[in-house]
Ligand binder design. Structure first.
Ligand code: KMH
Ligand code: ZN
Length: 313
């Protein structure tokens, strides 16, 4: 791990994602104005990086259309200084080329990069009885019992080349499994991925690692072996393990990710009223441990980012 690991903590907020659907929470932002407003509010509350997906403004369905990003990105870039990270994962139901369109168009400082193909099973969420607001929601969730989230070595190499080498993006390497760390090492050896590697350990997606603290300890040991001082790690855990696993990451010298993309709640049985509420909560926890949240400028230096002015909005 990087030597100054116990200093500033990079706080990512993933604002809307493509897992949850509008019927699950009235606070999940899916209209462009709400995505913009909650993003800016999260940045003001301390989020260093905003991890962004788009939604169809008519019905909240996950979208990778650049026109949909264009409805909120300029406002976010104008009203806050947070690092903008555009997802290349989009939604697991989308083809790769569709997933890449917004990052290719807007050239953000950071992009997510999913380090392997996997199951991405959301169908248990369809079991809870609810009044569906839109007719796409239930079939979308149920259909994930026969869905592969495709991220082959060719896909990964293409993203590293087109967004990294050609457009200067740096990556949030999303690792859902131990094997994904070895895949990252492979691309480092090929010279396509460059240090410092910002590794996002992803827990709690059905198809990837479960939210076990011992697994995190094991991953840190492994990452130390594979990457030495050339990496930083962050943790996201889907669902109710979000805050405890993030706290564990902070304790171990890592960085944290929160946001309604990964978890809709703020406490047991209580929906989070906004992304900012989760940001404030984790901020209090990590500051209580003596870690200060990094400013966007500090994160830019730590991660070697190209600068906010390079965003093409
Ligand atoms: N919601 C995370 C579990 C991406 O955007 O590339 C996965 C994610 C993928 O953030
Ligand atoms: Zn995402």
């Amino acid at each position: 791990m990087l030597d100054d690991a116990m200093s500033k903590i990079i706080l990512t907020c993933a604002v809307t994602g493509s897992i949850h659907t509008p019927s699950m929470s009235p606070y999940l932002p899916w209209k462009p104005a709400d995505i913009a407003e909650q993003s800016v509010e999260a940045a003001r509350a301390g989020a260093t990086i905003l991890h962004l997906h788009a939604r169809d403004p008519g019905n909240g369905r996950p979208s990778a259309a650049p026109e949909h990003f264009a409805q909120f990105l300029p406002r976010i870039a104008r009203e806050c200084d947070a690092v903008i990270n555009i997802s290349t994962g989009g939604s697991a139901i989308m083809a790769l080329e569709e997933r890449l369109r917004p990052a290719l168009r807007f050239c953000p400082e950071m992009c997510s990069l999913n380090m392997g193909s996997m199951n991405f099973a959301l169908y248990p969420m369809a079991e809870k009885p609810r009044d569906w607001l839109f007719d796409w929601e239930e079939p979308f969730l149920r259909g994930t019992d026969d869905l592969v989230f495709k991220n082959t070595p060719r896909d990964i190499a293409g993203i590293l080349t087109r967004l990294g080498q050609e457009r200067g993006a740096r990556f949030e390497f999303e690792c859902y499994d131990v094997g994904h760390l070895y895949m990252l090492r492979h691309f480092a050896d090929r010279g396509l991925a460059r240090p410092p590697y910002f590794i996002q350990f992803v827990f709690g997606v059905l198809g990837g690692m479960g939210p076990d603290p011992e697994t995190l300890d094991h991953l840190i040991m492994l990452a130390d072996k594979l990457f030495g001082a050339d990496y930083l790690f962050s943790v996201l855990a889907a669902g109710r393990h979000q805050m405890p696993m993030a706290a564990r990451a902070a304790e171990r010298g890592g960085h944290v990710r929160v946001g309604l993309e990964d978890n809709l709640m703020i406490a047991r049985g209580q929906l989070a009223g906004s992304n900012a509420e989760q940001v404030r909560h984790i901020r209090e926890i990590v500051e209580g441990m003596g870690r200060d949240v990094a400013t966007p400028a500090e994160a830019r230096a730590m991660l070697g980012l190209k600068g906010a002015d390079k965003l093409a909005v």
